[in-house]
Ligand binder design. Structure first.
Ligand SMILES: [Zn+2]
Length: 190
């Protein structure tokens, strides 16, 4: 139906307000998974979140650059690495470790290679771990790794963190319950 509700009107006003300026209060580095759109998960509107999405919420140079840009340009003080349960990038990495694909796309490999260390470390420390537990643990380990990689990702980000102007935390969204668990660092109050 082509009838506009009050939401469309409000967002039109909001759109006008935002044409010259934006002050997103958080930067989200999230997975590209269709079930985890950051704005919907956190119930936010236009101009609220600066969102970078990439399969497996991995930290690549372009992602670090995007975080640097938003943090220094807009003064955004919070970064959330948002992973989720049953992440396909984790499952793909597990499969790759069990049965390496020949001629895997170089681009896909660049994602798997960034997830791999987290999964390998878990398999080494607990070789008998069952698959569901492994996936659950690997999702969290991968989020922690991304948080770590961002915190140490660039001189600009390190400086902002040292000055107390930037906090980077890790969270897991549950596909099953819709709950976001901030398990790695807490966002600042307010
Ligand atoms: Zn995912």
């Amino acid at each position: 139906m082509n009838v506009r509700g009050p939401d469309a009107f409000l967002s039109q006003i909001r759109r006008q307000e935002l044409t010259n300026n934006q002050e997103p209060f958080a930067i989200i580095l999230g997975c590209a998974d269709s079930r985890v759109p950051a704005e919907i998960v956190f119930d936010q509107g236009l101009g609220d979140l600066f969102v970078i999405r990439i399969a497996g919420n991995i930290v690549a140079p372009s992602g670090i650059g995007s975080v640097e840009f938003a943090a220094s340009r807009f003064g955004t003080r919070l970064v959330v690495v948002l992973g989720h349960s049953r992440c396909g990038a984790i499952l793909a990495t597990l499969e790759e470790l069990r049965r390496p694909t020949e001629n895997q796309s170089r681009n896909l490999r660049s994602i798997v290679d960034r997830v791999r260390p987290s999964v390998e470390a878990l398999l080494e420390s607990d070789p008998g771990i069952d698959k569901d537990a492994l996936v659950g643990e690997a999702v969290r380990a991968n989020i922690r790794a991304s948080v770590r990689n961002l915190r140490k990702g660039s001189d600009i980000l390190e400086q902002l963190i040292q000055d107390g102007s930037l906090t980077i935390v890790g969270a897991e969204y549950s596909l099953e319950t819709g709950i976001v668990d901030f398990f790695d660092g807490l966002p600042p109050p307010g």
